[in-house]
Design a protein around this ligand. Structure first.
Ligand SMILES: Nc1ncnc2c1ncn2[C@@H]1O[C@H](COP(=O)(O)OP(=O)(O)O)[C@@H](O)[C@H]1O
Ligand SMILES: [Mg+2]
Length: 248
């Protein structure tokens, strides 16, 4: 548990909403610098799991350790100070602020305004969006918004980034840009990523390991090849076509 290679450890994590168990006894460990995919049908509990990790939702049971330390009782901004950040399934920028002002808000937890401003420019450059720094957020295209939200998340100087379907509305080449960006951030900055994504090409190409949720439970965990050939995963989620495509 105090293994320096493990950045995140989740055990027995459960969330009930009244009679519905959205996340049910989930266990997993994430290594530092790992790219972990999280897949499963709609309503499987993926977003709820991210909300539990961020302290946006209080667990009914179970434990979450970030770098060996429990995050129980912490508010989302405190979880963020521990080094974890999440982007939202529906991008949530301040529409009337400029891109730069939106992005620099990510740095204000730790930095002065001037420092946050400088870091915002660095991160806009990193995601390839510095040319739109002074545009109003409301005027951006969807792919631009997704990248700007990523830049804002990077301004919190995270160790772990949770991406909830950031590629959902992107075309193939936009998606390739985001995939390359994630790989580069892992390589250059050592950032660990947990990625929820429905697009199987993206998840299978990107991730070291994939975790499959179904009705709140973890039904499988393994590398992309193992997951694409797992009979339970195929019947619950993937379907036969994709399994064949991946050589099952
Ligand atoms: N705040 C909430 N109150 C009640 N039920 C919720 C709430 N959030 C999510 N759920 C339910 O929990 C289940 C898992 O939802 P969610 O985590 O959004 O799934 P996914 O992201 O995998 O599609 C769904 O049945 C959903 O309706
Ligand atoms: Mg979701």
């Amino acid at each position: 548990m105090t293994d320096q290679n493990n950045i995140l450890h989740v055990s027995g994590l459960t969330k009930r909403f009244g009679g519905l168990t959205a996340v049910n006894g989930v266990d997993f460990t994430v290594r530092r610098g790992e790219l972990l995919g999280l897949i499963g049908p709609n309503g499987a509990g993926k977003t709820t799991l991210f909300n539990l990790l961020m302290g946006l939702t209080v667990p009914s049971q179970g434990e979450i350790l970030v770098e060996g330390q429990p995050i129980k009782g912490l508010k989302p901004h405190q979880v963020c100070q521990r080094g974890m950040v999440k982007t939202f399934q529906n991008v949530a920028l301040f529409p009337d602020l400029t891109v730069l002002d939106n992005v620099l808000t990510g740095g204000l937890l730790r930095l002065s305004l001037a420092q946050a401003n400088a870091l915002a420019m660095v991160n806009l450059e990193k995601v390839g969006m510095s040319h739109i720094a002074h545009k109003r957020a409301a005027d951006l295209t969807f792919p631009e918004k997704a990248l700007v939200e990523m830049a804002r998340a990077l301004c919190t100087q995270p160790k772990v980034v949770l991406l909830d379907e950031v590629m959902a509305a992107l075309n193939e080449s936009e998606m390739d840009h985001v995939l390359a960006l994630i790989r580069k951030l892992r390589q250059d900055d050592g950032i660990t990523f947990l990625v929820i994504e429905h697009h199987m090409r993206a998840i299978m190409n990107l991730c070291d390991r994939i975790l499959v949720l179904c009705f709140g439970q973890k039904i499988a965990e393994g590398n992309p090849r193992e997951i694409s050939q797992n009979p339970e995963v195929i019947s619950a989620y993937l379907g036969q076509d994709l399994a064949e495509e991946h050589g099952a």
